[in-house]
Design a protein around this ligand. Structure first.
Ligand code: FES
Ligand code: FES
Length: 157
């Protein structure tokens, strides 16, 4: 039995310690917002947060996530209104949408460590997330837009 903390909730799953976290999320816990793309850590579709850092859940054994705080796209914001999610809507980012949960999770990890990234920093941080629909320019604009929203809240603290 693996004891996990996912989106602020304690969960226990009957999983082999070597099972990739992605399959635990999708198949055992029905958290299907996280997607399977390549299964080899190459595309970023499966990105979730482990203690706030973006990780590829397809390549992470569930045993490596025990004791950490796991956040999936379902837990990014209780109301689904994280500044990035709002910016994604405003900029009409998704096309097929398949890669977008992973994109948003990578972007959220970026803004958490750098609330005012340059376009080059955004491109570098997002380079591991592949979009077959080619939404990269709108992703970059949405991240810049969300970063602007972050500033006043951060300064007000
Ligand atoms: S499915 Fe994990 S990086 Fe592609
Ligand atoms: S929106 Fe289709 S893969 Fe990115």
């Amino acid at each position: 039995m693996q004891k996990l903390s996912i989106n602020g909730t304690k969960r226990e799953v009957d999983a082999d310690p070597n099972m990739p976290l992605l399959w635990v999320l999708r198949d055992l816990l029905q958290l299907t917002g996280t997607k399977y793309g390549c299964g080899k850590g190459l595309c970023g579709a499966c990105t979730v947060h482990l203690n706030g850092s973006a990780v590829r859940s397809c390549s992470l054994p569930v045993s490596a996530a025990v004791g950490a705080e796991i956040t999936t796209i379902e837990g990014l914001s209780a109301a689904g209104d994280h500044p990035l999610q709002q910016a994604w809507k405003a900029h009409k980012v998704p096309q097929c949408g398949y890669c977008q949960a992973g994109q948003i999770m990578s972007a959220a990890a970026l803004l958490a460590r750098n609330a005012s990234p340059s376009r080059a920093q955004i491109q570098s941080a997002m380079s591991g997330n592949i979009c077959r629909c080619g939404t990269y320019p709108r992703i970059e604009s949405a991240i810049q837009s969300a970063a602007v929203q972050y500033q006043p809240a951060k300064e007000a603290k």
